[in-house]
Design a protein around this ligand. Structure first.
Ligand code: FAD
Length: 247
C-alpha cells in the first residue's frame, strides 16, 4: 500500500467515498483523486425516493460527509466530470472536461444507471427515472395533487415512489408485470399485504408490460402495453431496474 503514490477513485457515490476513506485509514498517504460525474459531493440515495421526494427533507440533508470530513481526506475532488476512458498503458484516466488524471491504480466505483423504456433513452418532459438527486428533484417538481403519475416497474423503487407520490395527492397507477408485485423478494404473503396497503392508500395497481412511452404535443402522455392497450398519464416514472455503469 505505501508503495503507491497516486490513486484515482472513479465514482463519488457511497462506494467511492468509502474506498477513499479506507485507503486513508489504512495509511495511504499519496495523491487521492475522487472523480464523480454528478455535481454533488457524495450523498445518500435511499432518502431520494422517501424523505426527499416527499418534501420532508431538503437536499442538504443527504450529504454522506460534511465539508470538514471531506477535507480531512485530502482529496483531489473532481465533481461534475465523467471519466470517459482508462489508458492502462499510460496509466491515465481521461475526463469529460478534457483533462487527464495520472494514477498508478484506479478503483472503479461507478455503480449503476437506470434502465429506461424503449424509445425513452433521451430525456423528455414528463418521463422520469429516479437514481440521482437531480432525478428526484425533477420528479418532485412535477408531483402535485391530481397529477396522474404512472409508475412502471414492480420493484422496491416503484413501490416506494408510488407510496410517496400518493401521499402527496397524486393519482398513482402502479404498473407491474406480476400479479403480486415484490412476491419474489418479500414472499407472497408479505407482498400481498404490501399491495393491499398500497390499494388502501389509493394506489391503483395495474398488471401489464410497458413496451414504450406515449407522447402527445412533445410531452409524455402514458405508455403502450404489450397487449396493444394504452395507459394514459401526465407523467411516467420508469422504475424498471438498472444496469452496471462499467463502460
Ligand atoms: C431512489 C433510491 C432509493 C434507494 N433506497 C435504498 C434503500 O432503502 N436501502 C438500500 O439498501 N439501498 C437503497 N438504494 C440503493 C443504494 O442507494 C445503492 O446500493 C448505492 O447507491 C450504491 O452505491 P455505489 O457507490 O456503489 O453506486 P452509486 O450510488 O450509483 O454511485 C456511483 C457514482 O458513480 C458515478 N459515475 C458513474 N460513471 C462514472 C464515470 N464514468 N465517471 C465518473 N463518475 C461516474 C455516478 O454518477 C454515481 O454518482 C436506493 C437507491 C435509489 C436510487
Amino acid at each position: 500500500m505505501t508503495a503507491l503514490r497516486d490513486v484515482a477513485v472513479v465514482g463519488a457515490g457511497a462506494a467511492g467515498l468509502h474506498a477513499a476513506e479506507a485507503l486513508r485509514r489504512s495509511g495511504y498517504d499519496g495523491r487521492l483523486t475522487l472523480i464523480g460525474a454528478e455535481p454533488d459531493p457524495p450523498y445518500d440515495r435511499p432518502p431520494l425516493s422517501k424523505q426527499l421526494l416527499g418534501g420532508e427533507w431538503q437536499a442538504d440533508r443527504l450529504a454522506l460527509r460534511g465539508p470538514e470530513a471531506l477535507d480531512e481526506l485530502r482529496l483531489d475532488l473532481r465533481l461534475g466530470v465523467r471519466a470517459g476512458r482508462l489508458d492502462r498503458r499510460e496509466r491515465t484516466v481521461h475526463l469529460s472536461d478534457g483533462r487527464r488524471v495520472r494514477c498508478e491504480a484506479v478503483i472503479v466505483a461507478t455503480g449503476v444507471r437506470p434502465r429506461r423504456l424503449p424509445g425513452a433513452e433521451t430525456p423528455r418532459p414528463g418521463a422520469h427515472v429516479l437514481r440521482t438527486l437531480a432525478d428526484a428533484l425533477a420528479l418532485r417538481d412535477e408531483l402535485r395533487s391530481g397529477l396522474r403519475l404512472l409508475v412502471v416497474g414492480g420493484g422496491l423503487l416503484g413501490a416506494e415512489a408510488a407510496a410517496t407520490a400518493v401521499g402527496l395527492g397524486a393519482e398513482v397507477t402502479w404498473l407491474t408485470s406480476t400479479a403480486t408485485p415484490l412476491a419474489a423478494v418479500l414472499g407472497t404473503e408479505t407482498a400481498a399485504l404490501l399491495a393491499g396497503l398500497h390499494r388502501e392508500h389509493g394506489v391503483r395497481l395495474h398488471r401489464g408490460l410497458a413496451t414504450g412511452l406515449l407522447e402527445r404535443r412533445g410531452r409524455t402522455a402514458g405508455v403502450r402495453l404489450a397487449d396493444g392497450s394504452e395507459l394514459a398519464a401526465d407523467a411516467v416514472l420508469m422504475a424498471v431496474g438498472s444496469e452496471p455503469a462499467t463502460e
